[in-house]
Design a protein around this ligand. Structure first.
Ligand code: AHM
Ligand code: MG
Length: 335
């Protein structure tokens, strides 16, 4: 075979780096397999009867799409029986999911946004699955896992990744030793290593943000974007380009490949929520990937991976991507 498979890559990681053990390898292979199933369902679209809404609301009060729930079920079922997990948590579930007693338990915690990019699900635009892996805290063995066990800062993640369902189905993964990407060979059903040691360009002239919310942002955020829009003759001295897909996975994937900054800042409409995106299922895993690829990720003033979570569904302001541009955005927030 011309390309290394995901299994081959993970076995090599296991040999070279103590941070990955057989249980974590099994976990990642199972998540990757579940993503293959989700990608298959997404790809069928109307023919699979999977488009449209269910009429139910998730814990955040958002209308659930059929594919949101299907993807959540696929990930739960795939990961329950392997013996590698102590518990799971998902953007689509009110509280944590304990491993049923009929299965053995392991030491890892899996968190996911089963299908990110809700507004793009029914319109055939790229969407994705985001996941984060933590270890259950010491002392959690032999007792039921609790919500509090999941509330660890992103710097404690042992792995993170996303699958993107687009023109190609890809998996982008880190176990703390750089970022690798895999393309799904749809005939073989195999994840093939197509990118290793991904590095994000440190400088950029491209930003991704939902501009329609501009009037609700904090003044420093508004000032940064106004300066970007001023172009060559403005204080930043360059002409910026804007790209906004509205699927975080796709916007981040573009940045992974050619640089840029993605922002979903704090918004005055819901001041207490700190932002739209979720710390545990979206911001933390993406921040680990971005940092592992040489980029940076902040909430405006602090590194996202250092935030001590206070609640499972906590929201956060997110600014991530090319390192030097994120440093510039941080300066705007210090002034
Ligand atoms: P979701 O998890 O309900 O899909 O929401 C998250 C998505 C992100 O993928 C994307 O960056 C953002 O919401 C888009 O928001 P907007 O509707 O403001 O464009
Ligand atoms: Mg999401």
């Amino acid at each position: 075979m011309k390309y290394k498979t995901l299994t081959h890559y993970l076995v090599e990681q296991q040999r070279e780096h103590q941070s990955i053990d057989p249980e974590l390898r099994l976990l990642l292979e199972i998540v990757a397999r579940a993503c293959k199933s989700i990608g298959h369902a997404v790809g069928k679209g109307a023919l699979g009867g999977v488009l449209g809404s269910l009429g139910s609301e998730n814990v955040q009060g958002e209308i659930q799409k059929k594919l949101d729930v299907l993807s959540n079920d696929i990930l739960l079922e795939a990961n329950e029986w392997g013996g590698h997990l102590a518990g799971m948590a998902s953007e689509e579930m009110t509280t944590i999911h304990r491993i049923p007693n009929r299965y053995p338990k392991g030491e890892y915690l899996l968190l996911f946004d089963p299908l990110d990019g809700s507004s793009n699900i029914d319109v055939n635009v790229s969407i994705g699955t985001i996941f984060s892996v933590l270890k259950a805290p010491a002392g959690a063995e032999g007792r039921d896992i609790e919500e509090a066990d999941f509330l660890q800062p992103g710097s404690r993640q042992v792995a993170a990744g996303y699958a993107i369902y687009g023109p190609q189905t890809m998996l982008v993964l880190t176990t703390g030793n750089g970022v690798a990407s895999f393309t799904l060979d749809r005939e073989m059903g195999a994840w093939c290593l197509t990118g290793e040691n991904i590095r994000i360009p440190e400088d950029t002239k491209e930003f991704a943000i939902n501009m329609s919310n501009m009037r609700h942002w904090a003044p420093e955020m508004r000032r940064y974007i106004e300066d970007c829009l001023a172009g060559q003759d403005g204080p930043l001295g360059k002409n910026y380009n804007m790209r906004w897909i509205a699927s975080m996975v796709s916007d981040v994937h573009r940045i992974m490949n050619r640089g840029g900054v993605f922002m979903y800042p704090w918004d005055a409409r819901e001041p207490e929520k700190a932002g739209k995106l979720r710390l545990m299922y979206e911001a933390n895993p993406m921040s680990m990937l971005i940092e592992q690829a040489g980029g940076a990720s902040i909430d405006g003033t602090q590194r996202i991976l250092d935030i001590q979570p206070e609640a499972l569904h906590q929201r956060v302001s997110v600014m991530l991507g090319s390192k030097n541009e994120i440093a510039r955005i941080a300066e705007y927030h210090q002034q």
